[in-house]
Write a protein that binds this ligand. Structure first.
Ligand code: G6Q
Length: 536
């Protein structure tokens, strides 16, 4: 077959033959057959519109996309980020094999990876144990990470997720927005003499981060009355030593990473410094081990039993086969409240592309619109549309069997809701079932649920550093697989770069003596109105 997309047609033919309800009725072993375990996670994907034929055809789609070769290219440091001429090696950051060698341009990157991890560990312990003191000799009690996008979303998400492992006497804040409110409200909550600022920026040139960092520096110097205070209260996480030094941070207090770490994949690099300070180096290493376990599974498991590959293929079945426009991630764990936001960047920035690797328009629908909220909150809001709306929205439900906070039967109730939702979405409620329940005839159309709504359920025993690491790696690799099949470059982000440039021109017009008037009529009008409101 020359056109690999014919395998998707084959998958669709098999998939559309039966409803999920019929498929369960036909095969009592279905749940077992369509379940997988890897790296501490159990995936039940039986509540999908699939049978063995569907999955076989989807696996052929992966094979016809040379997925195996592409996976090896990534893990072995080939420059698969072609438009930026870079390797893509976030997997090297968590490679726990002490003998591993990963070459980029003939140089083994692993010694540097291990050295930075060591440097981070020493520093994190100093802060945690109160050995690292501020300018006035006080211990650090507040840590403020200043970063945005890939230098913020991961640290925020993981910091919340691993709260039970966090040193509670330290308080963590994350400033990202160039809206001064974000910084101002944070500074109101901390004391200068006890605050450590981590300026996290791969490039150290990002407008939002550098503006916030400069403002925080001015605030600190003002509060502590000396420029010398900066050295004890600012550290940097960056690839740009020169820019870090220019900002005034001693490069001895800079934690490096490399151009082969993409922003949205950088959490397991030094960008995770705030997390390491929170949970300690030992837990941080467990976090990396979790990633690594999923990496090993992904690299070696056959595609039909490979968790990231299976999730990726199911996603493509719905987006490209059934025309589903979006995709919902529903963690039933309050600690994972920022996980959907984190995934949004990972997926949408990676595969939100419309040009293929040859620079031609893509032949398929690429990355889905991704969204979600923690359960059960979402049930009282947007689930209505998933159950009875006109859009098909495949969902991933994520749950943890044990809670960190047992209070009466709350956790049983939480999990009962998770399981019940997947049941209702798959099986729905027929008109007959409504009538049997005594629903008045006039209400039957409204109380009928079509069902046949696909869901995946991911379960772990407990949310730990290790299971969180594995969960992140699962989705990273899912996104990678989809990018390979879509035939797009998943590791550049020219749309983000554009945003970084555009605002600069407008900023000049907001502040100049006289605006240039070189924009479109609408933008010129908005600039004029803003200037007028400020008396400019
Ligand atoms: C991530 C993106 C983007 C980036 C931010 C911050 O993959 O490239 O979200 O992380 O723009 O960039 P810096 O870390 O360079 O400040």
């Amino acid at each position: 077959m020359s056109d690999k997309w014919e395998y998707l047609d084959e998958a669709m033919t098999a998939s559309s033959r039966n409803t999920i309800k019929e498929l369960f009725a036909q095969d009592p072993d279905r749940a077992k057959k369509f379940s997988l375990s890897a790296a501490g996670w159990f995936l039940d994907y039986s509540k999908n519109r699939i049978d063995r034929k569907t999955m076989n055809a989807l696996v052929k789609l992966a094979e016809a996309s040379d997925l195996r070769t592409e996976i090896e290219k990534m893990f072995t440091g080939e420059k698969i980020n072609v438009t930026e001429n870079r390797a893509v090696l976030h997997t090297a950051l968590r490679n726990c094999d002490p003998d591993a060698k990963v070459l980029v341009d003939g140089k083994d990157v692993m010694p540097d990876v291990r050295a930075v991890l060591e440097q981070m560990g020493v520093f994190a312990e100093k802060v945690r144990k109160g050995v690292w003191r501020g300018h006035t000799g006080k211990k650090i009690r507040y840590v403020v990470n200043i970063g945005i996008g890939g230098s913020d979303l991961g640290p925020v998400m993981a910091n919340i997720a691993l709260t039970p492992y966090s040193k509670r006497s330290l308080k963590f804040f994350f400033v990202s927005n160039v809206d001064s409110t974000h910084l101002a409200e944070t500074l109101r909550s901390v004391k200068a003499a006890e605050t450590l600022f981590i300026v996290a920026s791969k490039t150290f040139t990002t407008q939002e981060t550098m503006s916030n960092a400069e403002a925080a520096k001015a605030w600190l110097v003002d509060k502590l009355g000396s420029k010398d205070a900066v050295a004890k209260h600012f550290v940097a996480v960056s690839t740009a030593a020169k820019e870090v030094a220019e900002f005034g941070i001693d490069t001895a207090n800079m934690f490096g990473f490399w151009d082969w770490v993409g922003g949205r994949y950088s959490l397991p690099s030094a960008i995770g410094l705030s997390l390491m300070i929170a949970i300690g180096p030992a837990n941080y290493r467990k976090f990396l081990r979790g990633y690594w376990k999923m990496d090993c599974h992904f690299r070696t498991a056959p595609f039909g039993k490979n968790m990231p590959v299976v999730l990726a293929l199911l996603g493509i079945l719905y987006s490209n086969g059934y025309g589903a426009e979006s995709y919902c991630v529903l963690p039933y764990d309050q600690y994972l409240s920022r996980f959907p936001a984190y995934l949004q960047q990972m997926d949408m920035e990676s595969n939100g592309k419309s040009v293929d690797k040859d620079g031609k328009p893509v032949e398929c629908v690429t990355g889905p619109i991704e969204w979600g909220e923690p359960g059960t909150n979402g049930q009282h809001s947007f689930y209505q549309l998933i159950h009875q709306g006109t859009h098909l929205i495949p969902c991933d439900f994520i749950g943890c069997c044990q809670t960190h906070n047992p209070i009466s039967d709350l956790h049983d109730k939480l999990m009962a809701n998770l399981f019940a939702q997947t049941e209702a979405l798959a099986f729905g409620k027929t008109e007959e079932e409504c009538r049997a329940e005594g629903v008045p005839e006039s209400l039957v159309p409204f109380k009928t649920f079509e069902g046949n709504k696909p869901t995946n359920t991911l379960l772990c025993d407990k949310l730990t550093p290790e299971t969180l690491g594995a969960l992140i790696a699962l989705y990273e690799h899912k996104v990678f697989v989809q990018g390979v099949i879509f035939n797009v470059y998943s590791y550049d982000q020219w749309g983000v770069q554009l945003g970084k440039v555009l605002a600069k021109g407008v900023l000049k017009d907001l502040t100049a003596e006289k605006p240039s008037g070189r924009h479109d009529a609408s933008t010129n009008q908005l600039i004029a109105r803003y200037r007028k409101a400020l008396g400019r």
